[in-house]
Design a protein around this ligand. Structure first.
Ligand SMILES: Cc1ncc(C[n+]2csc(CCOP(=O)(O)OP(=O)(O)O)c2C)c(N)n1
Length: 514
């Protein structure tokens, strides 16, 4: 067994069996090992930002890490933006980054770089394997690190000679670390706050927004009258009919301030106090009312779901009438195709239990409104503000959930960052329906231009926010990358194309001219 084989066998032993890869010469022994070692599914991505975003989507939906296979410092660097988003989502990911052989680094060959320097800001754990005999143990530690609550990015640097030299054997998995149960004193303190009659928000993030955690949060809200809220860009939420009703914080700072007006205390469950996404001249960054008290029920590394269940029990437990989202589907739209019309059609036609990888940008405002009472679905948000996440995330979610329909509503500007993901959808025949909101614009930046008070913008300035001349032809882009693609210019055309995509299986792209 060589080092690469010991690595792949160890990853499989530890439950890591999908690899989103874009390899090069220094990773050839890893590449060869996926045929000699059973159990690893390689998924080729044509850009590293797709590989890292796909690993994020996979990790969010599978609840365990995938690995990436990246080519030295530059390959890792190409994947950094979506690793940033993944870090913001606390998604477990194991990066395997090939490097030059240990003895080769001294010659400063062209691909030599500060690899660890690239890895540091996004990684919770970094290890450079020193020789082939430690690779297996390093891999087991990498998986443990990635899975350490709340989840993080473990980067294992694999010099080429550690991959090709002889190893002993693979390593078994190490015990998982956390999530930690919360301190009972924190539960008691929050129960006390909830009995004091003050206006309270419970702001939840992470596992507390899913399954039993969300149910417990719903019972607490019902018992106490506290408002349940989640972040604007919570990584993973369970939404739609039948789910516990939870308010999402709005995007713009003044809207957050308005929505929190009068709140006297906030209980944080795996979350932080809400702040504005950007600073604006003369506007506040801090969005909570003055004097608002904060209590941390659970920190990010603690078990938010267990914390909410414990808090519910401390408040008396037992059955209570929980506020749930009723089913309410909008009619199918007619006439002019707008973002609102697309949203209406998606809400009307999307089957239950889909996963939505949402990077709809400004079209997300009507979409969230229309999907509010849609059939139940899982929502994955752009967590780190670095656009070009939606398509890769959809790839990973589809591989994690092969039996579920994935939808990917996406701004045309953001989609252009990582459009290579469409090719992976085609190659792997993933059941993803991509909807491109083709407004031919960086629309949000036209809004921001006014909001930041930048004056004097003329045609040259506005050309930096405009996507005409030439127009991106998503019909050709999708088809060229192997995805069955169509273009909708009216609501009726969109309805028909989207309905057909929802009834069928496999990758589809609809360019919605809005
Ligand atoms: C990596 C990165 N580069 C640039 C930006 C700045 N940015 C924010 S939104 C945006 C344009 C989004 O355009 P699109 O996806 O078409 O959505 P729209 O605003 O038109 O709804 C840009 C360039 C960013 N957030 N992330």
């Amino acid at each position: 067994m060589n080092g690469a084989q010991s690595l792949v066998q160890t990853l499989v032993n530890c439950g890591v069996d999908v690899c989103f890869s874009n390899p090069g010469t220094s990773e050839m022994h890893f590449v060869a090992s996926v045929d000699t070692i059973q159990g690893m599914r390689p998924v080729l991505c044509l850009f590293e930002g797709v590989a890292t975003g796909a690993a994020d989507g996979y990790g969010r939906m599978a609840g365990k890490p995938a690995c990436t296979l990246l080519h030295l410092g530059p390959g890792l660097a190409n994947g950094l933006a979506n690793l940033h988003n993944a870090r913001r989502a606390s998604t477990p990911i194991v990066n395997i980054v090939g490097d030059h052989a240990t003895y080769h680094l001294q010659y400063d060959a062209p691909l030599t770089s500060d690899l660890v320097g690239f890895a540091r800001p996004v990684s919770s754990w970094i290890c450079e394997s020193k020789n082939s005999r430690t690779v297996a143990a390093d891999a087991a530690r990498a998986v443990q690190a990635a899975c350490t609550a709340p989840g993080g990015i473990a980067t294992l640097v694999l010099p080429a000679d550690t991959a090709w030299n002889e190893a002993h054997h693979a390593a078994p998995p190490l015990p998982p670390v956390g999530p930690h149960p919360v301190d009972p004193a924190a539960v008691d303190a929050c129960a006390e706050l909830l009995r004091n009659g003050r206006r309270t928000v419970i702001l939840v993030r992470g596992r507390g927004l899913l399954g039993a955690g969300l149910e417990a949060a719903g019972r607490i809200a019902a018992r106490t009258g506290a408002r349940l809220m989640c972040d604007t860009f919570a990584p993973h939420t369970e939404l739609g009919a039948g789910r516990v009703a939870i308010e999402r914080l709005p995007y713009f700072a003044e809207q957050i301030v308005e929505s929190l007006a009068g709140v006297e205390q906030m209980i944080l469950v795996g979350s932080k106090p809400p702040v504005s996404f950007f600073a604006y001249p003369g506007k506040t960054s801090w969005c909570s009312p003055e004097g608002c008290r904060f209590a941390q029920l659970a920190h990010e590394h603690e078990d938010g779901a267990q914390a909410l269940e414990a808090l519910d029990a401390a408040l008396g437990g037992g059955a209570v009438q929980v506020a749930r989202i009723p089913l309410g589907l909008p009619d199918l739209p007619t006439g002019k195709l707008t973002a609102l019309a697309v949203a209406q059609a998606m809400a009307n036609l999307t089957p239950g239990h889909t996963v939505m990888s949402d990077e709809s940008a400004t079209s997300g405002f009507p979409l969230a409104m229309m999907m509010a009472k849609a059939r139940p679905y899982d929502h994955l948000a752009l967590t780190g503000g670095s656009i070009g996440q939606g398509l890769p995330l959809a790839v990973g979610a589809a591989i994690a959930c092969p039996d579920r329909k994935i939808t990917c509503p996406h701004g045309d500007g953001g989609a252009a960052y990582t459009l290579q993901a469409l090719w992976t959808m085609a190659r792997e025949q993933l059941d993803v329906t991509t909807v491109i909101f083709a407004n031919r614009s960086y629309a949000i930046l036209n809004i921001e231009l006014m909001r930041v008070g930048a004056i004097g913008a003329g045609p040259k300035a506005l050309s930096m926010l405009d996507l005409h001349n030439p127009e991106l032809n998503w019909l050709s882009i999708g088809s060229g990358l192997g995805v069955e693609s169509s273009r909708a210019t009216t609501a009726e055309e969109f309805n028909a194309q989207y309905a057909s995509a929802m009834q069928g299986r496999g990758p589809r792209l609809i360019e919605a001219l809005i």
